[in-house]
Design a protein around this ligand. Structure first.
Ligand code: UTP
Ligand code: MG
Length: 500
């Protein structure tokens, strides 16, 4: 665990040189700008904390201004902090989070800005403003995931794991309604700052139906759910779960194999009438590796490999990590990247160039390339399609252990020194970048609710390509994700708060 060393609050003259020391550090959190209040903190502690935060990729401004998003103070007297802020240069105090040092220390420990919780806030007790405080479980949990802040810290895993089994079982049976209902319920519980410990605590929560509540009640009373246990021990569920864990095998194929009496991988591989497609062949070939999760360090190493390849092809290549890793997950099932270039039209061929180079280097173990079918004149799309139209490729890459800080996430006793990893690359044109980034960052539930919110609350159509306003009959341009949230009239939700 990371601890902030205690720095004595010595009253010394400030050393201006220190303030800028860590300026060259890499910025990891562009959307967060801290300002540390010197009052009560003291200048030497302030400059130490500033350097610490900068070394972890945070932006810390020396001067208070309207671009600051998070003001951190060590003053225990809320009224004095607020009086000082109200007399400051800030034009609109509702744009800034006013936080005590616990938010800062939590963020340093996690290595990222943690979600603001009530306990972090320095409340303006004189003139409380409802919109400046985060949602409390009771009154303000929205039915839309895009209006909730959900970090990777799930306090209600006992419930959400059970709901996921139920949702999956409905999915295998192609019963869509209850499947979605369980996923929505799980998503609501994931956003809560604390564990639900009695049914009373669910009273004001949205998206919890009778069935979900009955499962929760059982879990609270006896620690397990009879219905979930039954599913988990069901042979069909177990077999479909096993088969769909293979890359390239969806629920339909799994069901087909199950109906033919096949129950194990050896049954499938021994059955002469089964013809695996190329994807499934690779899925079985690399099963051990690609069914094991990918670590953050492995994702970073792959980022370096692809970045180098892309830049060798075109120096202005832009690479962005998306998917679960952008949301701060420690492990993922694959690594998702956007790779593109500002040169219009060039993105259409970039991925095939990258794949050629990966092949040349001997690290391309599998590739499925889907050329761009993006046609701006066909927008807006009124029906959401699971796949967007940008050029993309689904890959399996060979990752060398020597390239990974701290080594590979390998199986015990594996001495090969490399592993296979699933990687997805997508290449949108630059003017579609913000939409693609938002869409590929996920989570799936967050994306679903963004689209649902846009459609039902704003009469807008959102997908990975564009945002269309049906009332004004016009497309709304966006250069950043923030622009999209602003068009939708939504508070901006940071990527690591989208783990809905
Ligand atoms: P993933 O399936 O990789 O999920 O899709 P994840 O959140 O990274 O979690 P892991 O990998 O299981 O750890 C990433 C996001 O990309 C979107 C999905 O909707 C998801 O939100 N996506 C994927 C698209 O928008 N279009 C696609 O064609 C494929
Ligand atoms: Mg992913």
């Amino acid at each position: 665990m990371f601890h902030i060393p205690i720095v004595p609050r010595v009253r010394k003259r400030s050393r201006p040189a220190e303030a800028g020391v860590a300026r060259c550090e890499e910025v990891k959190f562009e959307d967060v700008r801290l300002y540390l209040v010197e009052r009560k903190m003291g200048s030497s502690r302030r400059s130490f904390l500033t350097q610490l935060a900068r070394s972890k990729g945070f932006i810390v401004d020396d001067i208070l201004s309207d671009v600051v998003t998070h003001v951190v103070s060590e003053d225990s007297e809320a009224s004095s902090v607020w009086t000082w802020l109200k007399e400051s240069v800030l034009k609109n105090l509702s744009n800034v989070q006013v936080l005590d040092i616990s938010w800062f220390t939590d963020s340093m420990r996690e290595g990222r800005p943690v979600a603001v919780e009530t306990r972090h806030l320095i409340q303006d007790t004189l003139h409380p403003s409802p919109e400046s405080s985060p949602p409390t479980a009771k009154a303000t949990v929205s039915q839309y995931a895009c209006q909730r802040r959900t970090t990777t810290e799930n306090k209600n895993q006992i419930f959400t794991d059970a709901f996921e089994v139920l949702a999956e079982s409905y999915e295998f049976n192609e019963i869509e309604g209850p499947c979605l209902a369980f996923r929505r319920a799980a998503s609501v519980l994931k956003s809560l700052p604390s564990e639900v410990d009695c049914m009373g605590a669910t009273q004001d929560l949205p998206c919890l139906g009778e069935h979900t509540k009955a499962v929760m009640e059982e879990l609270l009373q006896c620690g397990h759910s009879f219905e979930v246990e039954k599913i988990l021990s069901d042979e069909r569920y177990q077999t479909l779960k096993l088969f769909t864990s293979v890359f390239g095998v969806g629920p339909k194929t799994a069901e087909k194999w199950y109906r033919r009496g096949l129950r194990s991988f050896s049954d499938i591989l021994a059955e002469p009438s089964i013809h695996l497609n190329r994807m499934q062949e690779s899925g079985f070939l690399h099963y051990g590796d690609i069914s094991r999760s990918v670590s953050k360090a492995e994702a970073r190493a792959l980022g370096n490999v692809i970045d180098e390849v892309a830049r060798a092809i075109t120096p202005d290549a832009i690479l962005a990590l998306t998917g679960g890793f952008r949301r701060g997950k420690e492990f993922g099932h694959d690594v998702d990247f956007i790779v593109t270039t500002p040169e219009p039209g060039r993105e259409k061929t970039l991925l095939s160039n990258i794949m050629d180079e990966l092949k040349e280097q001997g690290i391309l173990l599998y590739s499925d390339y889907q050329p761009s079918t993006f046609d701006i004149s066909k927008l807006p799309s009124h029906r959401f399609e699971a796949m967007d139209h940008f050029a993309k490729c689904f890959l399996i890459l060979r990752l060398e252990g020597s390239q990974v800080e701290g080594g590979l996430n390998s199986a015990e006793g594996d001495s090969r020194g490399w592993r296979a990893v699933r990687v997805d690359l997508v290449s949108p044109p630059m003017d579609r970048y913000a939409f693609a980034l938002l869409g590929w960052t996920g989570s799936r539930q967050f994306e679903r609710d963004l689209r649902r919110f846009a459609r039902l609350e704003r009469r807008m159509l959102l997908d990975n390509h564009a945002l269309y306003d049906k009332t004004k009959k016009e497309f709304l341009a966006a250069a950043t994700e923030k622009d999209i949230f602003a068009h939708l009239g939504l508070e901006y939700i940071e990527p690591w708060q989208r783990n809905a």
